[in-house]
Write a protein that binds this ligand. Structure first.
Ligand SMILES: Cc1cc2nc3c(=O)[nH]c(=O)nc-3n(C[C@H](O)[C@H](O)[C@H](O)COP(=O)(O)OP(=O)(O)OC[C@H]3O[C@@H](n4cnc5c(N)ncnc54)[C@H](O)[C@@H]3O)c2cc1C
Length: 422
C-alpha cells in the first residue's frame, strides 16, 4: 500500500493504514492506541472542526465558561503530540462519503483517502430546535468549542437568557448563565424536569435547586415563536406569555449525523450499527463513541450512548480490534453533572417505563432510583446527591445480580451498597 505523504495532494488518493473520522475522545484515543501498538503504521485523524483534541466536557463547566480557569486547559493534546506520534491531523475537513468496497473516504466532496482499516467516530450533533424563528441571531447551541465561544461572547452583552429543554446540558447551562449574572428562564415541554427519564420526585428536587438558584421555570411549555427581527428579543409561548431575552440556548438533544453514510454499505439506525466488537456491517469499518449503536452485552441490546468514558473506552477497544484482536465491549456507562448544589448521575439504562423501580430515599436532599428489568436484574440507576453509590451500582449491574433476594437492602438508603456489590 502506498504510504501517506505529510500533505494531501489534490486529485491523488493518499493511503493510510488507519483512517479515523472524528477527532474527539473516541477518535483520538483510538489513534493513540493504534500508535502504541503499531509503531510503523500510517494514521490519519480527520476532523471537521478546525481544532486539535479538546475537552468537550469542560465546555459546560462554569469554571471554564466564566474564565476562572485558564483557557488553555481545554486542550488535551498539543500539535507537537500529533507530530511526535506521526498522526496526520486533517483538521477542518469533513468526510462526505465512504466507499467500503473500494476502501476510500471522500473529504469535502473532492479529496480521497484510501484506508486499510477505517474508524468512524463522528460523535453526535445538536438537534436543531424546531421553533418558529429559531434561525434568528442569538439562538445558540452548545456542542463544540466554537459554540461555547459564541455563547461566551453573546452573554457579555446580554441581561436575560432563555434555556430550552430539560437535560444535562440545560441544567449546567442554567447554572453558568446565572453565575454570569443573567436572569435565566427555563422553558421545558415536560411536566417535570427530565421526564420521562426521571420520575416526578427527582425532577422536582432538581427544579427546587434551580428555583433557589434564581431560575424561573415554565413547565408543560412550548415556544410558539422566537421574537425579534433578525436578532432575538424574546420568546412567545403557546400560552401567549412573552418572555423577553437577548440569548436563547437550545438544548433539545443530540444525535449522530449519518447523512453522509447514505448509499454506503455501512448500516445505520439511530446511530452506526455495530456488533460488540464495534465492527460495522462493512468490511474493515469500525465505529466508536457517541455515533456507535453497538451491541451492549450487559443490556443485551443495541444502544446509543453519549458520555465521555464510554467514548474513550470505545476508542481503545475499537483500535485493539482494528489491530486484529477480538475483544468484546463490556462497560456499564455513567454520566454525572453538578450544579446548584446538586450532583446528579445516571448509570446504565435509565429507561424506567414498564420496569420495576426501587427507590432509595428521599433521605435529606438525597434520592436514588434503581431500575430492574424483566429478568429481575438491575440495569440502571439515577442518583441525586448519592453519587458515592455509583461505583457499587455499576458493579451490581455488571454482575447481573438478581434483585429479589436483596430488594429490601437495596431499598434501604442506610445500607452500604458496597457490601452487596462485593
Ligand atoms: C457541553 C457538553 C458537556 C458534556 N459534559 C459531559 C460530562 O460532564 N460527562 C460526560 O461523560 N459526558 C459529557 N458530555 C458528552 C461527551 O462530551 C461525549 O459523550 C463525548 O465527547 C463523545 O466523544 P466522541 O469522540 O464520540 O464524539 P465527539 O466528542 O462529538 O467528537 C466527534 C468529532 O467528529 C467530528 N465530526 C462529525 N462528523 C464528521 C465528519 N463527517 N467528518 C469529520 N469530522 C466529523 C465532530 O465535529 C467532532 O469533532 C458533554 C457533551 C457536551 C456537548
Amino acid at each position: 500500500m502506498k504510504r501517506a505523504s505529510r500533505s494531501i495532494r489534490s486529485r491523488q488518493a493518499v493511503a493510510y493504514d488507519y483512517c479515523i473520522i472524528g477527532g474527539g475522545v473516541a477518535g483520538t484515543t483510538a489513534a493513540e492506541t493504534l500508535r502504541q501498538r503499531d509503531a510503523g503504521a500510517t494514521i490519519a485523524v480527520v476532523s471537521d472542526e478546525p481544532h486539535r483534541f479538546y475537552s468537550r466536557i469542560l465546555l459546560s463547566k462554569p469554571n471554564f465558561f466564566l474564565g476562572k480557569i485558564p483557557f488553555d486547559q481545554i486542550w488535551l493534546k498539543t500539535l507537537q503530540w500529533y507530530r511526535e506520534l506521526k498522526i496526520d491531523l486533517l483538521a477542518g475537513q469533513r468526510a462526505t462519503a465512504v466507499d467500503a468496497a473500494a476502501h476510500t473516504v471522500t473529504l469535502d466532496g473532492k479529496k480521497t483517502l484510501r484506508y486499510r482499516k477505517l474508524l468512524i467516530a463522528t460523535g453526535a450533533q445538536a438537534v436543531p430546535w424546531p421553533a418558529d424563528g429559531a434561525d434568528k441571531k442569538g439562538v445558540l447551541y452548545l456542542r463544540t468549542l466554537d459554540d461555547a465561544k459564541q455563547i461566551i461572547a453573546a452573554i457579555k452583552k446580554a441581561k436575560r437568557a432563555v434555556c430550552v429543554g430539560s437535560g444535562f446540558t440545560s441544567f449546567e447551562m442554567c447554572e453558568m448563565l446565572t453565575m454570569a449574572g443573567l436572569q435565566v428562564t427555563l422553558v421545558m415541554r415536560e411536566p417535570h424536569y427530565w421526564d420521562p427519564l426521571l420520575d416526578e420526585q427527582s425532577g422536582k428536587m432538581i427544579e427546587a435547586a434551580l428555583l433557589s438558584g434564581g431560575v424561573k421555570i415554565h413547565r408543560n411549555a412550548l415556544v410558539k415563536t422566537v421574537d425579534g427581527r433578525a436578532k432575538v428579543s424574546g420568546v412567545t409561548l403557546e400560552s401567549g406569555q412573552n418572555i423577553p431575552c437577548e440569548v436563547i440556548v437550545a438544548g433539545v438533544g443530540a444525535q449522530p449525523d449519518l447523512s453522509w453514510l447514505q448509499g454506503s454499505t455501512v448500516k445505520t439506525n439511530r446511530g452506526i450499527l455495530a456488533d460488540e466488537y464495534l465492527k460495522t456491517s462493512a468490511p474493515d469499518v469500525y465505529t466508536a463513541g457517541d455515533c456507535a449503536e453497538f451491541n451492549d452485552l450487559i443490556l443485551d441490546e443495541h444502544v446509543l450512548l453519549g458520555n465521555w468514558v464510554n467514548a474513550q473506552m470505545h476508542g481503545k477497544l475499537a483500535a485493539a480490534n482494528m489491530l486484529g484482536e477480538r475483544q468484546p465491549f463490556k462497560l456499564v456507562s455513567f454520566y454525572t453533572a453538578m450544579g446548584f448544589g446538586l450532583t446528579i448521575a445516571f448509570a446504565g439504562d435509565v429507561r424506567s417505563q414498564g420496569r420495576q423501580v426501587i427507590t432509595r430515599g428521599p433521605q435529606g436532599n438525597t434520592f436514588a432510583r434503581l431500575i430492574v428489568d424483566e429478568h429481575d436484574e438491575l440495569v440502571g440507576a439515577t442518583f441525586i446527591n448519592r453519587t458515592n453509590e455509583l461505583a457499587s451500582v455499576c458493579k451490581l449491574i455488571e454482575k447481573n445480580v438478581k434483585v429479589s433476594p436483596i430488594k429490601d437492602k437495596l431499598a434501604d438508603p442506610t445500607v452500604d451498597l458496597g457490601t452487596l456489590a462485593r
